[in-house]
Write a protein that binds this ligand. Sequence first.
Ligand SMILES: Nc1nc2c(ncn2[C@@H]2O[C@H](COP(=O)(O)OP(=O)(O)OP(=O)(O)O)[C@@H](O)[C@H]2O)c(=O)[nH]1
Ligand SMILES: [Mg+2]
Length: 515
Amino acid sequence: MSPSNDPLDAVLRPPPDETYEEAALRETREEQARCVSAAIDAEIKAERLARRKKRIVRLLLLGQSESGKSTTLRQFQRLYTPTAFREERVLWRAVIQLNIVRSIRTILETLSPEQAAASPRPRRPSVAPSAVMLLNGNGTTMSADITDPNNPYDSYTEFAPAVDSDPDSDPEQHVYGPSSSRFAVNVPPGGGGGGAFDALRTALLPLRLVEAHLIARLVSPNEKEPTHLPGMPDTFSVTLNSREIFVRPGNRWKGGARGKSPERDLGTRGDRDEAQEVLHACAPAMLALWNDPGVREVLRRRKIRLEEGPGFFLDDLERVTLPNYLPTDDDVLRARLKTVGVSEYTFSMEVSTGRETPTEWRIIDVGGSRSQVLAFFSTWVPFFDDVDAIIFLAPIAGFDQVLAEDRTVNRLEDSVLLWKSVCSNKLLAGVDLVLFLNKCDILEKKLEAGIKIVRYVRNYADRENTFQAVSQYLRGKFSAIHREYSPNPRKFYAFCTSVTDTATTGGIIASGEQR
Ligand SMILES: Nc1nc2c(ncn2[C@@H]2O[C@H](COP(=O)(O)OP(=O)(O)OP(=O)(O)O)[C@@H](O)[C@H]2O)c(=O)[nH]1
Ligand SMILES: [Mg+2]
């Protein structure tokens, strides 16, 4: 292109009537801008070199909401800073308490729709948390802006399933967790008649108060799920590539939860945890409800599979409701705490594996709900183009589920679209990719239970409905997208994972160290 018809050249060309002084001023300014730009480049280069010297490995976790990003982060913490991980386990008790209360509420609402409609879920009190009130309404849901050029959800995929958001009209639509609960039946459980059920419901009433308390402590405004613990500031700043930016709370909440915030005392008195005391008192009723064959039958008929959803602890009720309950490592990995915003975590390794391993991990965890992913692609990507690798989590067990924030979108389809946009992103073109096809344990159970993937993935055709065949097929699809959409060749690794499983995930992380 000749300079005369280059539009950029036209804009940058000096004005024709520029005086000698104006030209001198412009040239000085241009020179200054060149110096600043060169200084920034040098700084970035020096920082990269310093990182390599110190063996700092920077990883970015990406994937849709509930894909297992924060769980993967916790696996890194557990492996490399085990003392800190162990010390923090007690802080997860409140999250697990809310996970339990939400599961029980889902069952109660399923069994008795009229009462559920009459007494909606408590949400975050808008007044002082001590004045706990039960309020009406839902959190705000956000949907993708499909006209946004940064919108990763703007293309169609062959995975597009025949999704129907209403399980009543779709015999194969399943519901897996509290966030999806909205269904109703009229059958009292256990064949014991409405009286027995009413007695259970009455015995479980105190859980309402516990839920409201915990929401006040853990749930951010406009969110439905727990996102933080008390004492967490709204935002804090970190320095990335010498640029000051603001991110939502990362692990600061842990400091707050250790007692730096007056809010901490809500529901706790000294060593006493009042929520735990109520859960303990309600344990027999919760157990009776969950172990009731009639209740299970109703849940089965309604295709509500709580045990495969996030934050499921009902099979551990006796243990987790003990007054002196302390979450185990596994409990922390299974607890559900939604991430809001972008946070960078740094671990200096406590444990040396005896070889030349990284001495410091920096892991960036990004909230995966659609609105947050859109914000990431439109705002954050430039801050993370120099990470060493992206770990992308695709929860392939979600093939028969829809997104909590948009019930018209199949979860697997959403993962594929997001993967395409990560692979094709030019700013991230130089970053190696590690793909975790996650929640394989749940995938295996679903296929064994007879759920047919071909019903959701049309092109699966008449292949076998086994874990081996399905995981291989999906791995092939994701790999092909990487090959087709990556602007440049780069390293790519793919694993079938269940990141709640400590042994296998630890093995994969350790194998990554060798590279
Ligand atoms: N069974 C099983 N559960 C998993 C697996 N990976 C994650 N989970 C659970 O799924 C839930 C969601 O995981 P998170 O790590 O919080 O998901 P996330 O990607 O960080 O989600 P956002 O913070 O909303 O973006 C948690 O309760 C985890 O314990 C898995 O491989 N198998
Ligand atoms: Mg998270």
